[in-house]
Unconditional design. Structure first.
Length: 332
């Protein structure tokens, strides 16, 4: 029996030719680690190919999942991992095998359909994304838009949740999407626990456009790490650049240069991001009023918190709390 006869949410991962290895592993890893307080799994994950045979990976090796397309009809969610750029181009041109086309047609009828990275090309080739918002890897956005003008492409976001059809940006954004789905299905506490098991952030601010020009941060330690820890312990207090530089035992000029080298951000940008993240945590996990959250996160006033939170995640503190409380569920 492909799926166990219990009430776990059934996830089928449909592997297409040229699958990206990292993308392939993400759904099983994230959904497989989503568990309740007693350690019971919330999802049953099964992986299949369109014809039940092996597929060639973009990494230069083949994989043979345990199942064929027969499992797709019984799935609550179908996930299509990313494919090589060469295969994405072929799929965009309609070069799908009969088995691939048939499998994707069944997948499109699932209660929920997800794509990671360039798998959006396969979904778009089937017409699934026509008239709907979607995303894919920013590097292929121009080509995608030219090939599928009826899709409402947004290349600046990490993922798009359009209810029953969800798409993600490149590679690691598949982690963001799957964790978002766990949060949507079972709440923030389960998603956060799954993220910790996967050793990733439960939520990343911003969109994928930040990765185009932003310098890559160096090691997490570094010369300014002590100042960062010093500031994290005092988020509810006024913190200025001079104080952070003193905590690092550097001049302001040297500290600012080293800080940007190590984090990719200016000290003020980093401090604001830390305060927003702390405010989000307080909104998720406490019953503190918005004014108290603002003070504890270092924003001073609820007005300031509302402004910064809306600019960062696009919602007010009250809306964020309704959507992401640990005992609640994400709503559209």
């Amino acid at each position: 029996m492909p799926f166990p006869p219990d009430n776990r949410h059934k996830v089928a991962v449909l592997v297409l030719d040229g699958v990206v290895p990292l993308d392939l592993g993400i759904p099983a890893q994230v959904f497989g680690t989503a568990r309740d307080d007693a350690g019971r799994r919330h999802y049953a994950v099964r992986t299949c190919t369109p014809d039940g045979g092996p597929v060639r990976c973009a990494g230069g090796f083949s994989v043979l999942p345990d199942y064929g397309p027969e499992i797709l009809a019984g799935a609550d969610t179908v996930v299509v991992p990313g494919i090589s750029t060469e295969n994405a181009a072929l799929f965009a041109g309609g070069a799908l095998t009969d088995a691939e086309r048939a499998a994707l047609a069944v997948a499109a009828r699932a209660p929920r359909l997800m794509s990671i990275c360039t798998a959006a090309f396969a979904l778009a080739a089937m017409g699934v994304l026509d008239g709907r918002p979607a995303t894919t890897h920013w590097l292929h956005a121009a080509r995608f838009r030219a090939l599928f003008p009826r899709v409402l492409l947004d290349p600046d976001v990490l993922f798009v949740d359009d209810g029953d059809v969800l798409t993600s940006a490149g590679v690691a954004a598949g982690l963001d999407l799957c964790l978002h789905v766990v949060r949507r299905d079972f709440g923030a506490e389960v998603a956060n626990r799954a993220a910790r098991r996967c050793v990733v952030q439960p939520w990343r601010d911003g969109g994928q456009s930040q990765f185009i020009e932003r310098p890559v941060p160096t090691a997490a330690g570094g010369a300014t790490s002590a100042a960062r820890e010093w500031a994290r312990r005092r988020l509810d207090e006024p913190i200025d650049l001079d104080a952070m530089a003193r905590a690092a035992r550097m001049s302001v000029r040297t500290f600012t240069r080293r800080f940007r080298e190590e984090t990719g951000l200016s000290p003020s940008q980093w401090l604001l991001a830390e305060r927003v993240e702390h405010a989000r945590l307080l909104l998720e996990t406490t019953d503190l009023g918005v004014d108290a959250v603002a003070r504890r996160a270092g924003f001073g006033t609820a007005v300031s918190l509302r402004s910064h939170l809306h600019r960062t995640v696009g919602v007010s503190p009250a809306a964020y709390r309704r959507a992401f409380r640990a005992n609640g569920h994400v709503t559209r």
